[in-house]
Design a protein. Structure first.
Lengths: 278, 266
């Protein structure tokens, strides 16, 4: 036995004991049911999974997918130009500043970033203050606890995940290809559409994958800016546990269905984008 | 460089995007200096009262200390096991290194709520360490480990193996070479990985929210409680401090490995 394998034993052990095992047990839990006193009754049942094929759940799933689609679209519109600016900036100091603006939110807790939007959109917040002082409305409007607010906050929180992969892809494009196109007479727009955009597609696809996977399972930001009734899959899982019923088996079924849906939808989304880019 | 209308418009658009990205953070920091009792914009008056309240409030001080303690422990754990693994995976091309590197991403890909509930159950039933510092450290390490390994891997990949060979040829044994030559050379990767692990642990909320008990509440979870239930304007002061910490970390990372390298983490 090669002694060098010892070096990876701690990591492998850690992942198996504290990640694979708990998730495995949680998966197994989905086939049990909750008794009247919140205890786990270890009788095999697929009721928890059958409850997924209800109209209510399907509506939740579609709503979550809609959120993902909107967030991906918004982040692409915001993210691509930002990434382009990041890569094109010549001044090293300014570029560092731009990178700092993009990366520092990632290192901040998502709760702080969501709170920022609460502060801006609340009844006594910035937006209401501006609207009222401009005379556009008389009473503070309610911007929070709406689906649109979740879209806004979520796309803002995840924007760096689109910007960084695209910036990475743009950096790896050989500048001589663009120069060649231009010297052959292509306009800037044409060079961009035919050369830069396609060559940066690995970054675009990476960004879309990350944002799709993250948004499908997100619950903290939606809860904070959208409230507990927000029709999203992960929020529903949260309510299943914390909403009073403590129904772990049901939460398990919902959770693994969420993971399956996340993977399937992200795969479909990335395949579609890849095909469009061709 | 032709400076025409399109270029200027695009530049303005990009500028607007960056301002938009920065916007909520600025609002929070400005609001934290308000003298009012509630969250209002524009902030009424200038005062440090909320920062004072923070320092004197036992709950906030408690959470801050807990978060820092968990973050330090998480960093030590992830950097130690992560550096060893990273080195072995890159240098020795062990069988199963590619699958392992891929599998490391899984804890980040699985929704936080699922990992959170799984660990909640695990810590209550199997390894009964629910509501302890250790539980939080384990959970945060799952998130931090991939970043540490990724950072150290970048450093190890750029390591010149002939330096180690030279040391060995001059008579140093494996251990001495590792500690005197290899480790100092992968310091940038290890330090940047440590910084990521630390700050990601400080801000971790998705998993922490599910496994946190009444006794050990981390800072982000307490922020959540105070925004969701009873609003405490001290939240703006806490948030400002976290934002400032993130900004400082970004500055440090830039000095150590350069911010552009972080794009390689993806």
């Amino acid at each position: 036995m090669n002694r060098k394998y010892l070096l990876i034993v701690p990591v492998v052990f850690f992942l198996i004991v504290f990640f694979v095992a708990p998730i495995g047990w949680f998966f197994q839990l989905g086939f049990y049911r909750t008794g009247p006193f919140f205890q786990i009754v270890e009788e095999f049942t697929i009721d928890n999974y059958l409850r997924i094929f209800t109209e209510r759940y399907i509506k939740l799933a579609l709503n979550t997918i809609l959120l993902v689609a909107l967030v991906v679209a918004i982040d692409f519109v915001i993210g691509y130009p930002a990434a382009y600016a990041l890569v094109k900036t010549k001044s090293k100091a300014f570029r560092s500043l731009l990178y700092a603006i993009v990366i520092s939110p990632l290192l901040c807790s998502s709760i702080v970033r969501a709170f920022g939007w609460v502060a801006i959109l609340s009844r006594k917040g910035l937006v209401n203050y501006l609207l009222m002082s401009l005379g556009l409305i008389n009473d503070p409007a309610n911007f929070l606890y709406k689906f649109e607010t979740v879209v806004l906050a979520q796309s803002h929180v995840l924007a760096p995940f689109m910007i960084l992969p695209i910036a990475s892809a743009l950096q790896s494009i050989d500048p001589s290809i663009k120069l060649a196109a231009r010297s052959l007479g292509a306009t800037r727009l044409r060079t961009f559409l035919r050369i830069t955009l396609p060559l940066s597609s690995p970054g675009i696809v990476a960004g879309i994958s990350i944002i799709s996977m993250l948004t499908m399972g997100v619950y903290v930001t939606p809860l904070l800016v959208g409230g507990f009734m927000q029709p999203l899959l992960a929020v529903q899982i949260y309510n299943t546990i914390m909403g009073g019923s403590f129904d772990f088996p049901q939460a398990s079924a919902y959770s693994f269905m969420l993971i399956a849906l996340s993977v399937i939808f992200t795969a479909i989304l990335t395949r579609t984008i890849e095909r469009v880019m061709r | 460089m032709k400076k025409d209308l399109t270029s200027t418009l695009i530049a303005i658009f990009c500028g607007a995007i960056f301002v938009y990205l920065l916007f909520p953070s600025v609002v929070i920091v400005l609001s934290s200096f308000s003298a009012a009792e509630y969250l209002v914009f524009p902030p009424k008056g200038f005062s440090l009262v909320w920062y004072e309240r923070l320092l004197t409030s036992p709950k906030w001080v408690d959470s801050t200390l807990i978060s820092i303690e968990v973050a330090i422990a998480t960093t030590l754990l992830t950097v130690s096991i992560g550096t060893l693994a990273s080195f072995a995976l890159v240098r020795y091309k062990l069988r199963g290194s590619a699958p392992l590197l891929l599998f490391l991403v899984v804890p980040i890909a699985v929704p936080g709520i699922v990992t959170g509930i799984s660990l909640l159950f695990f810590f209550m039933r199997t390894v009964r360490i629910y509501d302890t510092i250790l539980a939080l450290v384990i959970a945060h390490s799952l998130i931090g480990l991939p970043y540490v390994i990724r950072c150290v891997t970048i450093s190890v990949e750029s390591l010149d193996i002939s330096l180690e060979r030279a040391a060995m040829a001059l008579g140093a044994d494996w251990f001495r070479t590792f500690t005197k030559i290899t480790l100092p050379l992968i310091k940038p990767g290890a330090i940047s990985g440590a910084i990521f692990a630390f700050v990601l642990s400080l801000g971790e909320v998705s998993i922490s929210m599910m496994i946190t008990g009444a006794r050990f509440t981390t800072l982000p979870v307490r922020v959540w409680a105070y925004v969701e239930w009873t609003f405490d304007p001290a939240v703006t002061a806490v948030s400002s401090i976290l934002i400032l910490t993130a900004a400082t970390v970004v500055y440090l990372i830039d000095k150590i490995i350069g911010l552009q390298t972080t794009t390689r983490l993806f």
